[in-house]
Design a protein around this ligand. Structure first.
Ligand SMILES: Nc1ncnc2c1ncn2[C@@H]1O[C@H](COP(=O)(O)OP(=O)(O)OP(=O)(O)O)[C@@H](O)[C@H]1O
Ligand SMILES: [Mg+2]
Length: 230
């Protein structure tokens, strides 16, 4: 047990016509800080649902998620969003980049969201330099002003990773980060996640179908039909 990120007996129901569908059936988990935890399991097992709850993107039906001693259940929606923006970064399979923004603009977006307009304007140069430095670190120094439609899948995913890291999150949540990539590009992204975890000491939670990604993790959890199995 630790006081980092914990899931306590979480149940999640979704409405399904007249009845409800119980997708998570009582999940308890302590995440180890500074490590990569992989969540694997069949399609429909509840992996993305669990990741969203842990990242404060959604709320459980019952049970709780505890981040550094603070309980999700005690926060209103605005406070929930503040914690999320301050502490968590997200990488999704479909990248979720804004098509009209360049790589650099997409990457610095979380910093804009976090700061008031006045702070943003006074810090704009610093924020841009930070976003640029990250993109360069991820091998995209020559792609700063490309829009997502002008980037390959692997490049888009690296922009998404840069965007997830730019706000110095404590935890980076990745949902199928290599799901849309060919084998070689996927290996590059896997290596990058391992390097970034080592370099930055950040915690990664990675949902994946890819056994190679799961094998790189310090810990693997298998979710089947809403419950962890060994
Ligand atoms: N917003 C929603 N409303 C209703 N049902 C939902 C909703 N989101 C997910 N579900 C259902 O919950 C179940 C678990 O979904 P989830 O996306 O967590 O699965 P998953 O393990 O991530 O699967 P995959 O590997 O295919 O991404 C699925 O049966 C899905 O249809
Ligand atoms: Mg999923």
């Amino acid at each position: 047990m630790n006081d980092f990120l914990r899931v306590e007996d979480v149940v999640k129901d979704y409405p399904s016509g007249e009845s409800t569908l119980r997708v998570l059936k009582g999940i308890t988990l302590s995440v180890e800080p500074g490590k990569i935890t992989a969540i694997v399991g069949p399609s429909g097992a509840g992996k993305s649902t669990l990741l969203h709850l842990m990242g404060f993107l959604d709320r459980p039906t019952s049970g709780d998620v505890i981040w550094r001693g603070g309980r999700l259940s005690t926060l209103d929606r605005a406070a929930q969003a503040r914690v999320r923006n301050a502490s968590f970064g997200f990488v999704f399979q479909m990248y979720h980049l804004l098509p009209e923004l360049t790589a650099l603009e997409n990457t610095r977006l979380p910093l804009m969201i976090r700061h008031s307009i006045g702070d943003w304007l006074s810090g704009a140069g610093r924020h841009t330099a930070k976003a640029r430095g990250l993109l360069e670190r991820l091998g995209l120094g020559e792609r700063l002003h490309h829009r997502p439609s002008q980037l390959s899948g692997g490049e888009r995913q690296r922009v998404a990773i840069a965007r997830a890291l730019v706000g110095d999150p404590d935890v980076v949540f990745c949902d199928e980060p290599t799901g849309n990539l060919d084998a070689a590009t996927s290996r590059g992204i896997q290596q990058l996640i391992v390097e970034l975890c080592k370099e930055t000491g950040r915690t990664f939670l990675v949902v994946t179908h890819d056994p190679n990604v799961a094998a790189l993790a310090h810990r693997q959890l298998r979710l089947v039909d809403g419950l962890f199995v060994n």
